[in-house]
Design a protein around this ligand. Structure first.
Ligand code: FES
Length: 270
């Protein structure tokens, strides 16, 4: 879930009734995983600094107000954490419902089908129904399927992810904004894994989107060096290898890390 702490000091806390001792500086999410408890997540990953943007990993901590994100909350001595309460289950489901309301429902024909964290996590939080308008990819606050003027406008405007064209310019991968959940894992992988700053998040709220930052906003003309770190980090089919789109998901893949960079390339093995 989040990178390991290198501290020599340890901290003991209780998670869902289990006592666990972990290095100081460990996140509540990682401590839970070490205790065998998987907390739903979308924006966290083992090799990237925690960002706390998706809000799927919320937990309850006794004596603390609200529901903090477990990926950005460090453990503390004597902390008592509840990862499976009714309250957090309801929040996670609501958050996931909003993600799905702004996501194409083409899972069966999507290149990432069966290898999609959004799909997995929707199942993990128990989402079985979405109250908001889906398919057309816009949020219907009335829950009736009726479009307000603003929604109708948005449907045609640049704010809707569906209306940003696919970027096919890179020879190795495609970027499809319609499938982006703006978790920023690609942006962080570009910076933290590869040390390149080709990607950025533009805009706010519904309008926020990942941008390659170049004049024509394409990957080919940006500072992207085609290392693939962003593709490996993407939890959906937003950034997808062209070979996977054309030939399907490999049955077996090998992860390698060479001296040139720390991406950890994966390739199909026969
Ligand atoms: Fe913690 Fe996304 S995984 S906020």
């Amino acid at each position: 879930g989040t990178p390991a702490s290198k501290s020599d000091k340890t901290v003991t806390l209780s998670i869902d009734g289990f006592d666990i001792t972990v290095p100081e500086g460990t996140s509540v999410m990682r401590a839970s995983a070490l205790a065998g408890i998987d907390i739903p997540k979308l924006c966290a990953s083992d090799n990237l600094e925690a960002f706390g943007s998706c809000r799927l990993c919320v937990v309850e901590i006794e004596g603390r107000r609200g529901t903090p994100a477990s990926c950005t909350t460090p453990v503390a001595e004597g902390m008592v954490v509840h990862t499976q309460s009714k309250k957090v289950a309801k929040i996670r489901k609501g958050v996931m419902e909003l993600y799905i309301s702004d996501h194409p429902l083409d899972c069966l024909t999507c290149a990432a089908n069966g290898d999609c964290e959004l799909q997995d996590q929707a199942g993990a939080v128990g989402l079985r129904d979405v109250r908001y308008t889906t398919g057309e990819n816009h949020y219907d606050p009335t829950g009736t399927g009726a479009l307000s003027m603003a929604d109708a406008k948005r449907r045609e405007g640049p704010g809707n992810h569906h209306y940003i064209p696919k970027d096919d310019s890179n020879p190795y991968f495609t970027y499809d904004p319609a499938k982006c959940i703006v978790c920023s894992r690609c942006v962080r992988a570009c910076e933290e894994v590869q040390g390149t700053f080709a990607l950025t998040i533009e805009g706010r709220g519904f309008e926020s989107r990942v941008s390659a930052g170049a004049v024509d906003d394409s990957f080919l003309t940006s500072d992207c060096v085609s290392c693939g770190a962003c593709v490996q980090a993407c939890p959906t089919a937003t950034l997808q290898e062209k070979s996977v789109i054309e030939m399907g998901t490999p049955t077996r893949s090998v992860i390698t890390t060479c001296a040139y960079c720390g991406v950890g390339c994966s390739f199909k093995a026969e």
